[in-house]
Write a protein that binds this ligand. Structure first.
Ligand SMILES: C[S@@+](CC[C@H](N)C(=O)[O-])C[C@H]1O[C@@H](n2cnc3c(N)ncnc32)[C@H](O)[C@@H]1O
Length: 256
């Protein structure tokens, strides 16, 4: 019964994960990240329409039949605002465990209360059904969020997403792939927490996925793999005289 998993409510004290990452400490690092960078760190993700436009389009433009999206780990809104602008008929739920990130989303000039429902939620600890009707979401976007979750907590996050997805709903995934330039740098600096999981200089953590591990995680939670691919791009920084191999995975999973 992969979608009948009980997810515990918020725990009163910080939880020490097997990997040695303290959950409350981890959340605080992201809180500090948004205090420091505000909404200036990530660029708006305008490629989502090109990659996944078919999942956001409405067949009919009847507003009583709006497609419902959940952006899990929305940060300052770099995924939701390009989507909201391009597809005004979408209704978007968006959550993050950083209070400051949620404040940034609410104060964005494109924030519209009747289009976007934004809330604080730790998707590794709180049941999403406390915020969103079960089985009501058409599409979950998971964009550079699962890599920020400790590997031990990834299965519970994926199950949590499954609880709010409609049958035949999709998870659209984009995140770091094994062999990415940043992973090599973190490995060289010996910032390893566990296999393929690292802490960065700013205290946040980052996991690097293989197609195989990612597919297994979703299959174990009862999802069907629709598509999974790894992409590479060589980026040359002439000022620093370095060539960076950036690698990321793009995947689509369907809830049966
Ligand atoms: C790299 S950012 C990506 C933000 C956004 N998805 C985007 O497209 O720009 C990762 C986000 O995941 C959030 N996050 C990490 N673990 C989380 C958790 N357990 N629950 C909710 N949000 C989490 C962080 O606060 C951060 O905003």
């Amino acid at each position: 019964m992969p979608f009948a998993v009980h997810i515990r409510k918020r725990r009163p004290t910080a939880v020490k994960l097997q990997s040695g990452v303290d959950m409350e400490e981890h959340r605080k690092q992201w809180e500090n990240f948004y205090q420091r960078h505000q909404n200036k760190f990530f660029k708006d993700r305008h490629y989502l329409e090109k990659d996944w436009g078919q999942y956001f389009c409405e067949c009919d433009h009847n507003t009583t039949n709006r497609k419902i999206i959940l952006e899990a780990g929305c940060g300052a809104g770099n995924t939701i605002f390009p989507l909201a602008n391009k597809y005004p008929q979408l209704y978007i739920h968006a959550c993050d465990f950083s209070h400051h990130a949620i404040t940034l989303v609410k104060s964005h000039p494109s924030f519209l209360e009747d289009q976007i429902n934004v809330f604080v939620c730790n998707i590794a600890e709180e049941n999403l059904c406390d915020h969103i009707r079960p089985a009501s979401v058409d599409v979950v976007t998971l964009v550079f969020t699962l890599s920020a979750v400790s590997p031990e907590k990834m299965p519970i996050v994926i199950q949590n997403l499954g609880l709010v997805l409609k049958p035949d709903g999709h998870v659209l995934f984009r995140d770091y792939a094994i062999g990415d330039y940043a992973q090599v740098m973190l490995m060289n600096k010996n910032q390893v927490i566990s296999e393929n999981f690292y802490f960065r200089g700013d205290g946040t953590c980052s996991f690097y996925f293989s197609e195989d591990l990612l597919s297994k995680l979703f299959k174990r939670a009862g999802f069907i793999v629709v598509d999974v691919n790894t992409y590479n791009r060589e980026i040359i920084n002439r000022a620093r005289n370095i060539t960076m191999q950036r690698r990321w995975i793009r995947a689509v999973f369907r809830r049966p």
